[in-house]
Design a protein around this ligand. Sequence first.
Ligand code: NDP
Ligand code: MG
Length: 392
Amino acid sequence: MRRVTIFGATGSIGQNTIDLIARAPNDYKVVAVTGGQNIAQLAKDAIALGAEIAVTADENRLSELRDALAGHDIAVAAGPTALCEAAARPADWIMSSIVGSAGLEPGLIALEQGTQLALANKESMVCAGALMKDTAARHGADILPVDSEHSAVFQALLGENIAEVERIVITASGGAFRDWPMEALARATPEEAATHPNWDMGQRITIDSASLFNKALELIETHEFFDVTPDQIEAIIHPESLIHALVGFRDGALMAHVGPPDMRHAIGFALHYPERRHLPVDRLDLAQIATLSFRPPDEARHPALRLAREVMQAGGLAGCAFNAAKETALDGFIARRIGFLDMAAIVEEVLDRLSSKAGQIDAAMTLDNVLALDHLARQEAVHAMDRKQQQG
Ligand code: NDP
Ligand code: MG
């Protein structure tokens, strides 16, 4: 029986992971499940899966979780330290699907146990890719990409030599505002941004898909995961979301990964790797699909892509500052403090401010430095939003 832990179990990726695990209960022993605010779901899954421990990230909700699990032989804990302790419990496979840089520390601790880490939490690669990879290498741990594009690239590279790769192309649906005129974007609401044409995902990544900040994070994630240079990585709008990524080799061959927009494929691939097992995802009927379309992203509409290129160029801790500023600007947009287009302006302002200060973005990549810069970039983003509001 494989021992598995699921971080962010109550979220969209977490629930898809549980769907797969629950189909083969004899194959898995669930060690820990973690969540945040959704205590009812966390308790329900902990009971159904027979988990050893359930952890909520919110210290204030410990008694609620304890009550929900009364009478069951399941340990309970709460708070960020408890999440880290859960990550240290021996497991063979750990799903990292907390949203945001809050997923970084549990992921690192999981890697220190030499486990297989299925990484949906792209933010940890963006914030601290070198630290994640070094930690994995030192402890003999594997990081398996779960983001659909990166799982697709990983699969296209199986048996290939990365030195023979010319380029990597990741696709983007274009998000909720793909066909909106530019003038309308400034007035777009969080509700409008949180509807995705093809994928059913958490609120934050869905809004990031509309702003293309998700694709911006994924460009950086590609750079970190596959050790290719920024100019080898492209993003293309592909409204059907059926091709997830393509890898181009130096002989001109382009290997595409094609499949339905169902995260259970990428999750299941990481769960069974290096085997391939049957997965309950739709099989594509190519004759019915008939056509696939592509168009280049419009960088004027989506400054996030340009900012991602600047971040890759800057290196160091720029990805950490970028992500933290983006997370805070996204909070501001969801709270209606700033408009949809202001998010990129805030992130750019924070990057400019932090780049001009010695010892920030160019600091050594240690966990302490990453956490300190994450904190500082969030503060800078709040100040930038305050200034924006004062200007009216
Ligand atoms: P959701 O918002 O659906 O779920 C997030 C999970 O993290 C929930 O379990 C939530 O708990 C928990 N959580 C939220 N904040 C914290 C915190 N501060 N500390 C600890 N746990 C927290 O997100 P998704 O499942 O959509 O995304 C998860 C990750 O996977 C993200 O990094 C995303 O970019 C990535 N990803 C997601 C895809 C998708 O299809 N959804 C596709 C590719 C990548 P609760 O809900 O109980 O509050
Ligand atoms: Mg993706």
